[in-house]
Design a protein around this ligand. Sequence first.
Ligand code: HSE
Length: 404
Amino acid sequence: MVNIAVLGYGTVGSGVVEVIRTNSESINKNAGHDIRIKYVLDLRDFPGDPVEEILVHDFDVILKDPEVKIVVEVMGGVEPAYTFVKKSLLAGKSVCTSNKELVAKHGPELLEIARQKDLNFLFEASVGGGIPIIRPLNSSLTADEILEITGILNGTTNYILSQMSAEGREFDEALKTAQELGYAERNPEADVEGYDACRKIAILSSLAFGDHVDYEEIYTEGISKITAADIAYAKQMGYAVKLLASSKREDENYYAMVAPFLVPPTHPLFAVNDVFNAIFVKGNVFGDVMFYGSGAGKLPTASAVVSDVVDATKHLHCNIMSFWSSRKLELTKVDKATRRFFVRVRGSADANRDKVRALYGDVDFVEAEGFSDECGFVTPAMTEADFHSKYESTEGTLNRIRLL
Ligand code: HSE
């Protein structure tokens, strides 16, 4: 018998309890031990819920109980999660968490404590909800140099962009529906401004490249400025607008960014819609692989957390190595990255042609149906720095989106 404690009885915490109770037979078989939830920690009471029998309000009860071998942290936020997780590891308990803020900020330190104490700090659910990606990066893809990770890592924004595309809705309206469906975080800014995806790509990049990628240094742009008109142009060109979180290694340069992109139909991320997430990985030997599935939601996320509990049970006194050192990875400034850009400007293509071509070179113009007083164009490939200086000196700009 292996006793565990669950910190937080919110959406994911109640999902963890539900998954363990529903699938106990197969989970115990896979773990090689019976897993028993001894405590659930929450500040609140849940009258009438069977969890009341094991509910505690004081973390010290869990910390001081030597029978608790695994702590599941699903509270979210950095504090008090960080304090509880660190104390648990120092007290000889393995930790499984879904908390991307915690992992992105303190991952290397917590992994090092776990390594020194022959324990595990596991975080499969912190990226991509129910999609296995952390374990594959740590084990299945280790024969390769990872060259690129590009993902749709936020279900809420993918849902919003899919709704805008399918229904021609504006951003605010689609956000409201996402909130009603419970996809958005408590503070929707974390989703729509790209902060959630930024932490997730920081975690994946740190694991892929082995050194610590500081999420505060990742250029991050959200989707709140994307309009129904932008999407109409994208559709006319045969592209989809997606919020991509991407990191790339080009020789000794490492780039990372989060921003909306126009994705061509030839790219596997083009067809990833609604609340689904996908992570495209390029290695120097295996080529391309893509992981796809439910990126958010109670049960998919809980399933990933419980898979970590099974792994931690199978490796109770044996650290599963992962390569994420505390040495900081220096990112190359995004200004130096080269790509094409789509721009919308006021006025017809005829009225803009000469001055736009004089500034940007040989652009392709796009006129979308139903938009008579404006046009769009796609630039040749140029650096971000070059593009932004040209864009700032362009009159009548409406919006710009990068091309993948
Ligand atoms: N709000 C997040 C999302 C939840 O929409 O993807 C999963 O981290």
